[in-house]
Ligand binder design. Structure first.
Ligand SMILES: Nc1ncnc2c1ncn2[C@@H]1O[C@H](COP(=O)(O)OP(=O)(O)O)[C@@H](O)[C@H]1O
Ligand SMILES: Nc1ccn([C@@H]2O[C@H](COP(=O)(O)OP(=O)(O)O)[C@@H](O)[C@H]2O)c(=O)n1
Length: 237
């Protein structure tokens, strides 16, 4: 299935595989693996909201105050790698790849993601990053990618898993933190985020991949199966 990374011609559209889902469903890790197998780029959109939350905290701003968030958004200089083999995130030249995963950022992120003007501006940025990537395809993952950012993407998937399974996976990843606290923070963030976008039910035309009873490789295969069958149907295969 692997194809050359670059586009066949400069004006060919970038093929977008749009993946949504709640926290801990595997969006980031599964999308990265799927992108690698497809020879595509990978865009983690949550990293932009996390980086903005980090930036606001650096300024000592109140991330629950929309006016304060908009003020720091004014000098938010954001850059991200689309290369699944070399992931990095920078704000104003500072590498924040690890810092944006810290609990203080995770706790603050839903506040900045609630501001409509921020969402509109970062969504435009995502589309520009993908369109100018020069890549043949990009797997784009987040909360509103299948519905708001790329409602017309040729492949749209909602990746989901039972809440207790998602909490257990996130706790297994964050071994230095108390498991009950990690689970509580994840459910609290889902509740806050779901007031902004519906990422728990699939919009018309969106395929559901439920990984509750699948291991990691089986989940990647299930996503690639949707890509293959959707593209095959589109190409008349
Ligand atoms: N199907 C799966 N089975 C087991 N572990 C998984 C599966 N999918 C993802 N994981 C693991 O669960 C954790 C959370 O996945 P992640 O990609 O960070 O989710 P999200 O981006 O949706 O928050 C990671 O440690 C990842 O390796
Ligand atoms: N497309 C997106 C992506 C993330 N987000 C916000 O950014 C936060 C962090 O996203 P993430 O993808 O890193 O979170 P996880 O699902 O990986 O835990 C989410 O909790 C949302 O508040 C969003 O609003 N829209």
């Amino acid at each position: 299935m692997t194809e050359p990374l670059t586009k066949p011609s400069a004006d060919a559209p970038v093929l977008v595989v749009a993946i949504d889902g709640p926290a801990g469903s595997g969006k980031s890790s599964v999308s990265k693996a799927a992108a690698t197998r497809l020879g595509f780029g990978f865009l983690d959109t949550g990293a932009a909201y996390r980086a903005l939350a980090w930036h606001a905290l650096e300024h000592g701003s109140d991330t629950s105050d929309a006016t304060a968030v908009l003020e720091v958004f004014g000098d938010f200089d954001y850059a991200i790698s689309l290369d699944p083999a070399d992931r990095w995130v920078r704000v104003g030249g500072t590498d924040v790849t690890s810092a944006i995963r810290e609990p203080r950022v995770t706790d603050a992120v839903s506040g900045v993601a609630r501001v409509p003007a921020v969402r509109q501006a970062v969504n435009d940025l995502f589309r520009r990053l993908v369109a100018s990537s020069g890549l043949r395809g990009v797997v784009v993952e987040g909360r509103d990618i299948t519905t708001v950012v790329y409602p017309d993407a040729p492949v749209r998937i909602l990746l989901t898993a039972a809440p207790e399974v998602r909490a257990a996976r996130r706790s297994a990843e964050l071994t230095s933190q108390d498991a009950a606290a990690v689970a509580a923070a994840l459910h609290k963030r889902d509740a806050a985020d779901s007031t902004v976008v519906d990422f728990l039910s699939a919009a018309p035309g969106v395929e559901v991949v439920d990984s509750t009873h699948l291991d990691f490789e089986q989940t990647v295969d299930a996503v690639l199966h949707v890509v293959d069958s959707t593209m095959g149907a589109r190409d008349g295969r």
